[in-house]
Design a protein around this ligand. Sequence first.
Ligand SMILES: Nc1ncnc2c1ncn2[C@@H]1O[C@H](COP(=O)(O)OP(=O)(O)OP(=O)(O)O)[C@@H](O)[C@H]1O
Length: 284
Amino acid sequence: MSVSEATAAAPLVVADGLVKRFRLGRGEELTALDDVSLEIRRGETFGLVGESGSGKSTVSRALLALLPLDGGSVRFDGVDVHALGRGDLRALRRRMQMVFQDPFAALNRRQSVAQIVAAPLEAHGVGDRASRAQRVAEVLDLVGLGESYRERRPREMSGGQCQRVAIARALALDPDFVVLDESVSALDVSIQAQILNLLNELQQRLGLTYLFISHDLAVVRYMASTVAVMQRGSIVERGTREQLFRAAEHDYTRQLMQAIPAVDPAAERARRRAARTAAAAGAQ
Ligand SMILES: Nc1ncnc2c1ncn2[C@@H]1O[C@H](COP(=O)(O)OP(=O)(O)OP(=O)(O)O)[C@@H](O)[C@H]1O
């Protein structure tokens, strides 16, 4: 194997023995991460599941060096991210982006779509006005929003359209790694499917690596090639999607799986209601 082949085959993200404690006051501590290790291969979708409070978001913040660790290390493309100085970390952050759950809360309501998507380019001092405008047009096109969306504000758009804007903003700096933290959880099921398909398409086209965080195993099953299950700050089970869904070894994973509804009746009713509303709006 040549050096470049070896680099390509090495995982993009390697977390080793992560420990994170939060001080709660009065001498009390909460261990949010207790010896968490994982590897995320280039171009894959790594699913992280677990109930609320199990530590999923803390893992993602640790991977992006958004919080200091009490133990362990994170290597991104071979670089120890927690050992970097501010300038080097800032440069590396261009390659790592996040998309959050609530697109309305994540977008600045006063800004136009073009301003929102250009913001990371400006923050990192990339290009001049003209080249930034060109890049905004490119990424809006990638997420299926045409020129007509450039001057719109978040309040003039649906949840799905806002999430496309959030994805466009995450792609503006041409990252390698994108953390998708409950990125479709706030959306209606039919819109969820559209966004999931868009994310898969973008991964194929751009060679992106995803950390896909969700409490929803059905969605993770659709997206992820490798899955880790968290409970109370630890990874209690991991494997390929096939391994995990064929023979869940851990009681906790089996419980999570049994909670997957074949079709969620409430969500199905909401989907039909939304479809009727959309049809009625279209007819006006
Ligand atoms: N800044 C903080 N200060 C104190 N405790 C925190 C802090 N951030 C997270 N925690 C606690 O750490 C634990 C793990 O939280 P985390 O947000 O990582 O879980 P999660 O699995 O992502 O949950 P959810 O699905 O609800 O987002 C929780 O008990 C949470 O209350």
